[in-house]
Design a protein around this ligand. Structure first.
Ligand SMILES: Nc1ncnc2c1ncn2[C@@H]1O[C@H](COP(=O)(O)OP(=O)(O)O)[C@@H](O)[C@H]1O
Ligand SMILES: [Mg+2]
Length: 281
């Protein structure tokens, strides 16, 4: 295909040999499959700052390490310089997060560099080498759903141990390759320790995953991994290998299994009702 304007500098520099296709674009970026030598890679071109919600970005950036106060001051103003700085901080947050998470053992695309506002990374691919589907594109068996849910929870734990909360985790931002889920789209990743919204965002991320996988394995709908994970994190007891139960204990008495089974049955019944066809009277 014709080389998009924003990718031309990378083609000129020899970092990209050919632009193969454009993937479905989300809200923040255009994503292309590109060829670099013999490898297919993914190039994510971020939209200009003014096309995004400025206010929302500020909420996510709380607690991020601003390299100098001039930059922090500029970012708090809606000057053109401020927006430019905001743009760069936003985009480099995704690059930083990818490197940090890859080394923490979280399944994310391998980053290959960041040039002129373009993030070059591994193309997460399906068996045929095409761009992998998003969770939203697939139908799972109950067993697969339980397995992938557990893998994503383990990645959420590793991510939090590395100091980050995704902040926009959903079936649109998890791809599925032959080895399972791969988490993408991290420009909004929040600093777990320094951001007051971190607990809320972790809970929302985990709930999104529960609700998605719960469509295929309804017993997951009765779990509460979000509060369990955050409680362990706050107590300084969360480790990359922590085993989770999915049950958040509000007090110290042990869980009543009969009660729990009743909750699970209720949720199952509700889900069955939700899925049952509705007949017009
Ligand atoms: N590394 C990757 N490998 C394969 N496909 C990708 C990759 N990164 C992004 N995509 C595809 O591009 C879409 C948009 O990318 P994403 O990072 O989610 O940006 P945004 O949603 O902010 O536009 C994703 O839903 C996914 O289908
Ligand atoms: Mg996305």
């Amino acid at each position: 295909m014709k080389v998009p304007k924003r990718l031309q500098p990378l083609v000129d520099d020899g970092m990209i040999d050919e632009v193969m296709a454009q993937l479905m674009s989300g809200k923040e970026a255009q994503v292309y499959v590109v060829r670099c030598g013999d490898d297919l890679r993914c190039a994510k071109v971020f939209k200009e700052a003014r096309q995004r919600s400025f206010k929302q970005a500020v909420q996510y950036q709380e607690g991020r390490n601003m390299r100098n106060s001039r930059r922090a001051r500029a970012m708090s103003k809606k000057t053109r310089y401020g927006q430019k700085e905001q743009e760069q901080a936003w985009v480099s947050a995704e690059v930083d997060a990818l490197y940090r998470l890859a080394s923490a053992g979280v399944r994310v695309p391998e980053p290959y560099g960041f040039v002129d506002g373009v993030l070059l990374m591994e193309l997460v691919a399906d068996e045929e080498g095409y761009a992998a589907p998003r969770l939203d594109d697939v139908t799972l068996s109950a067993e697969q759903a339980r397995d992938y849910h557990a893998q994503v929870m383990a990645d959420v734990v590793r991510m939090l141990c590395a100091g980050l909360v995704h902040g926009d985790l959903s079936e649109f931002n998890v791809l599925l390759d032959r080895d399972g889920p791969v988490i993408i789209d991290l420009p909004q990743a929040v600093d777990a320790a320094g951001n007051n919204n971190a607990a809320m965002m972790l809970q929302r991320d985990v709930d999104n995953m529960r609700n998605y996988f719960g469509r295929f394995a309804p017993e997951l709908l009765a779990t509460d991994y979000g509060r369990e994970i955050w409680a362990l994190y706050e107590a300084g007891e969360l480790h990359p290998e922590s085993t989770l139960t999915g049950v958040f204990e509000h007090d110290t008495t042990s869980v009543d299994v009969t009660d729990l089974m009743e909750v699970i049955d209720d949720v199952r019944a509700e889900e069955a009702e939700r899925l049952a066809p509705v007949w017009e009277e």
